[in-house]
Design a protein around this ligand. Structure first.
Ligand SMILES: CC(C)(COP(=O)(O)OP(=O)(O)OC[C@H]1O[C@@H](n2cnc3c(N)ncnc32)[C@H](O)[C@@H]1OP(=O)(O)O)[C@@H](O)C(=O)NCCC(=O)NCCS
Length: 178
């Protein structure tokens, strides 16, 4: 399948909402947000998430040849001055019918490359449901390392799920040895 990756813009909000609502419905344990609140949210509410990549506040989308959004991944740079060297990766999702074809890995690699170009950005952090081992491995292969676990971080239909906290240093990080 030919897939192209580009930043999402305000024109993509309806496709983004479709993919997001479906992901939250199919894999509620993978996300902190819940399906019921998400489905009630208007698509226009998401436009503010789609900034220019150089701002460090952006989403990348994977599209098929027909322009259909298949998956996405967001990067949200922290706003406080003492945290602006850090950004959170959020909303990693690929439509169920398009999974296991390398799209998630391509989105992740592209997002890391883009984040490494943002002036002053030193590290990416994320949380992942610890029992989703294949997703944890995907992040580990991209250079993320776990630094802690929050037990019962989310509760979905009465079942508690631990969240693994992970970090990946970018080339600007002073923590990378020369
Ligand atoms: C996580 C997710 C985005 C990965 O997207 P994807 O396009 O399927 O991922 P890829 O095809 O790039 O696969 C990456 C690796 O994960 C493995 N993988 C993907 N889905 C898998 C599954 N359901 N079970 C086991 N392994 C799986 C692939 O085999 C591949 O490993 P490999 O390179 O060793 O073969 C997708 O599964 C998804 O949307 N899941 C639901 C939401 C979610 O969990 N999001 C993460 C929030 S932190």
């Amino acid at each position: 399948m030919t897939v192209s990756i580009r930043p999402l813009t305000a024109a993509d909000v309806h496709q983004y909402k479709r993919v997001r609502d479906e992901a939250l419905r199919c894999a509620p344990e993978a996300f902190t947000s819940d399906y019921a609140s998400s489905v009630a949210r208007p698509a226009s509410a998401y436009a503010a998430r789609f900034g220019p990549p150089e701002s460090g506040h952006f989403f990348l989308g994977a599209f098929d040849v027909a322009g259909q959004l298949l998956g996405c991944l967001g990067c949200e740079r922290e706003l406080l001055p003492q945290q602006r060297h850090s950004a959170r990766l959020v909303s990693m999702m690929v439509a169920p019918t398009a999974q296991r074809r390398g799209i998630g890995q391509r989105l992740l690699d592209a997002c890391i490359r883009q984040a490494a170009q943002v002036p002053g950005l030193e590290q990416l952090v994320l949380t992942v449901t610890a029992s989703n081992r294949h997703v944890v491995r995907l992040y580990e292969r991209a250079g993320f390392r776990a630094w802690g676990v929050l037990p019962r971080a989310i509760v979905v239909q009465g079942v508690g799920y631990d969240k693994l906290h992970m970090v990946r240093l970018l080339p600007l990080s002073p923590l990378i040895s020369p």
